[in-house]
Design a protein around this ligand. Structure first.
Ligand SMILES: [Zn+2]
Length: 225
């Protein structure tokens, strides 16, 4: 399986080929294997960031026992998290679904204490799991999608490329916002009556999420040109 990792330190997209039973990049031992990160997504490509993987690795080391991951990566058109971006960006984990409350509480307390996550969902809001994520610092929208435009490089560009492809485009999912991606955005904006600037800010994200989210795994659900 192809795994794209955005390295925040070098501003590069790293590519890895790993089997389901292999550890994710930047993960020691088998603290998080590819299959766990993929969870029930039907994707053939995964993406995440270096800092997300290091945060998980640190959490696992401090927890000193295995962390059950029931839900992590999800493609935007597979739905499941409505407008929230973190699972789509591959920067988010829902853990401990099969555990007792006290074990979940232990992980929750640790995740808050060690301060490697941007956000740990209050336990009252996660009755049967623990959610933590790496959040984008400057969201264009409350759902956490940052403004991206030509020259941008990150996992949000991958979400965008993937969503546009599922509407009939043929962009390579590489996380790099180049001319082809910009042209596809311009067509999308024109088709849906948005301001046509090739920049994916709040309005364009909202429209994309509305259309892409939950549209299912079939190819070319909707074509625009
Ligand atoms: Zn979650």
């Amino acid at each position: 399986m192809l795994i794209l990792v955005y390295n925040e330190d070098t501003n590069n997209i790293e590519k890895y080929n790993r089997s389901f039973g292999d550890p994710m990049p930047y993960i020691n031992n088998k603290y998080l294997i590819v299959k766990e990160f993929k969870s029930n997504s039907r994707t053939t490509i995964l993406w995440t960031t270096k800092k997300t993987m290091i945060a998980f690795n640190n959490t696992r080391v401090r927890f000193q026992k295995g962390i059950y991951v029931g839900y992590a990566f999800k493609r935007i058109f597979e739905g499941g998290h409505s407008g929230q971006s973190q699972h789509y960006a591959g920067t988010c984990f829902d853990c401990g679904q099969i555990w007792t409350y006290s074990k979940r509480k232990e992980l929750y307390n640790l995740a808050r204490k060690i301060n490697v996550w941007s956000y740990v969902e209050p336990i009252a809001e996660t009755p049967t799991w623990i959610h933590f994520d790496k959040r984008n610092k400057n969201p264009a929208c409350s759902a956490g999608f940052p403004l991206i435009k030509q020259g941008s490089k990150n996992t949000y560009v991958m979400i965008l490329q993937d969503a546009l492809n599922n509407m009939g485009r043929f962009l390579s999912i590489d996380g790099i916002f180049g001319k082809n991606t910009k042209d596809a955005v311009i067509n999308f904006q024109r088709y849906y009556g948005l301001s046509v600037d090739g920049i994916v800010g709040c309005n364009t994200w909202r429209k994309l999420v509305d259309i892409a989210n939950g549209m299912g795994v079939s190819n070319y659900t909707k074509y625009y040109s």
